[in-house]
Design a protein around this ligand. Structure first.
Ligand SMILES: C[S@@+](CC[C@H](N)C(=O)[O-])C[C@H]1O[C@@H](n2cnc3c(N)ncnc32)[C@H](O)[C@@H]1O
Length: 510
């Protein structure tokens, strides 16, 4: 059936939309003439005029023209390139409202996807560092029509860890946000291109591959902005040509900058379309002179006609192959390619919550599945008898082993492989964990791994997730297998974007 004959609105029509919710991509969700429309830039509670751009069978997309009734949660986005860039999606919403929205996203997923019961909301102060948000205000801020959080009881079960049989529902805490939610990123990955004025480096204009020059990114640490500016200047002075993805010609594709918040150490990686960097000594001298904290200058070669940033070969042009950073009292070596959380301030909050949920006494055997470079593993090792970490990327496990040596940690064992293969093998060898921590990629845990956990029966499972939808799916499986999903704490790792990270605690029922 032709969608036009079904939908009560049509393309290019101007309509008034009452916005009642926020999509997981940060668009306002509303209705015009009973038809659901997604309107970028609109907020719940607003009435807007919008132009219909695309009509599908059940819903459509409309462009914001005018805000007729603004939301109290609306704020002026401070970034001058916010609308063109697309890297942030929520700058037009107050930070407090963003935190509420993120919690609601988690509640929605648990209820709708996991079919799990969420406890009535707690009238308690928000745990946001240094600031206080009345959770009652949070409570009324319902993001979608079908979501009611109820009034709830006091959040006392966390203290005595008595979750009963779980019938009271999952406690979903307020999102742990940042005191200062700006300039938090420790890594910049900036694409380079050519415009009429010469070399530019910045971001892809929305919906295109045109690179727009950028002087500053407000969620990036100032140091990284500064380094990118300096590198751009050096490239211009050396007459470097940026890579052109249409012709496949030109040299400089990306500049990646990593910054250790705790150490001040800087790594600069030039991603090049080819092996040879003409006048490489001048590059090195230029960067060393302009960037005081630089400890490592690397080249990564990527000649593939792809959007993927890094190619297979990385070499050191000057200095070390790693920089260091610390989270809490654990020191990490970070190489050009290794995964390291981009918001170090909130990483400490996230790992602290995972550690709290693990409730270690020092006598436990712990498994850390999807362990990356051993970040959570080494945190746990300081409080457990022994920790086993498993990760699929061999280089990450090399880093993890190096990081345990760096910290003098001797009670951590690492294995390369798929968690869903290595952990069943460990179980067969008689390794039984008291606590298991999982921190999978967005697609969540493999079904075999979940079955293995149910068979291994650890007392606690701590699930760290960057995707509430797959978290909810997996929690359902674990709940059906005899675990109480006790608590979930969202942690805001990426302020002003729609991304939300969570830590969930599951306790064995018997
Ligand atoms: C979200 S990251 C977590 C890393 C680490 N816990 C941290 O906080 O830095 C997920 C990790 O899982 C790894 N991974 C993906 N699939 C895997 C699998 N099937 N088995 C083991 N590790 C896997 C990825 O390489 C990545 O390092």
């Amino acid at each position: 059936m032709d969608s036009r004959s079904v939908a009560p609105v049509e393309k290019n029509q101007e309509v008034t939309v009452e916005i009642f919710g926020l999509s997981h991509d940060g668009e306002g969700v509303g209705r015009a003439e009973g038809f659901t429309l997604f309107v970028q830039g609109a907020l719940p509670g607003e009435t807007v005029r919008a132009k219909v751009m695309k009509v599908k069978k059940q819903y459509g997309y409309a462009k914001l023209l005018e805000i007729q009734v603004p939301s109290a949660e609306r704020t002026e986005a401070p970034c001058p390139i916010y609308k063109q860039c697309g890297g942030c999606q929520l700058q037009h919403m107050t930070y407090e409202a963003q935190l509420v929205h993120k919690r609601q996203q988690v509640v929605d997923s648990l209820e709708r996807i996991g079919k799990l019961q969420v406890a009535g909301f707690v009238t308690k102060k928000d745990e946001r560092a240094g600031d206080v948000v009345d959770a009652a205000a949070v409570d009324v801020n319902v993001q979608t029509e079908s979501n009611e959080q109820g009034s709830g009881e006091a959040n006392v079960r966390t203290e005595n860890n008595d979750y009963g049989s779980g019938e009271a529902g999952i406690i979903v805490h307020p999102t742990l946000g940042m005191q200062d939610p700006w300039r938090y990123r420790n890594k910049a990955q900036v694409p380079f291109g050519m415009e009429e004025g010469g070399l530019v480096g910045g971001f892809y204009a929305q919906g295109s591959h045109r690179i727009v020059d950028m002087e500053a990114c407000l969620i990036q640490h100032e140091q990284n902005d500064d380094v990118v500016r300096q590198v751009k200047e050096i490239g211009r002075s050396l007459g470097v040509r940026a890579y052109d993805e249409t012709s496949g010609s030109g040299l400089l594709r990306h500049v990646v900058v990593k910054y250790g918040f705790a150490t001040g150490e800087v790594m600069v990686v030039l991603v090049t379309n080819g092996d040879r960097i003409p006048r490489v000594d001048e590059w090195i001298e230029g960067i060393r002179a302009a960037v005081p904290g630089v400890q490592s200058i690397c080249q990564n070669v990527n000649t593939a006609r792809t959007n993927v940033i890094f190619g297979g070969v990385t070499r050191v042009l000057w200095g070390r192959d790693v920089i260091h950073d610390t989270i809490g009292d654990v020191k990490f070596a970070i190489s050009a390619r290794s995964f390291y959380q981009v918001n170090p301030v909130q990483t400490e909050v996230l790992y602290g919550k995972a550690l709290q949920y693990a409730a270690l006494s020092g006598r436990e055997t712990v498994i850390d599945a999807y362990c990356g470079i051993g970040t959570i593993t080494l945190f746990l090792a300081q409080h457990a008898k022994h920790v086993y970490g498993v990760e699929i990327v061999p280089e990450a496990i090399d880093d993890a082993r190096g990081n345990s040596l760096l910290n003098g940690i001797t009670n951590a064992t690492f294995a390369v492989g798929k968690a869903e293969e290595v952990i069943p093998a460990w179980k067969q060898q008689g390794i039984a964990a008291d606590v298991v921590v999982v921190d999978p990629p967005r697609k969540g845990c493999d079904a075999v791994l979940l079955d293995t956990l149910l068979a291994m029966r650890p007392e606690r499972i701590v699930y760290v997730s960057c995707n509430p939808a797959t978290l909810a799916r997996d929690l359902r499986v674990l709940a059906d297998g005899g675990y109480i999903v006790a608590e979930v704490t969202p942690v805001d790792m990426f302020p002003h974007t729609v991304h939300v990270e969570c830590v969930a605690l599951l306790v064995r029922q018997d």
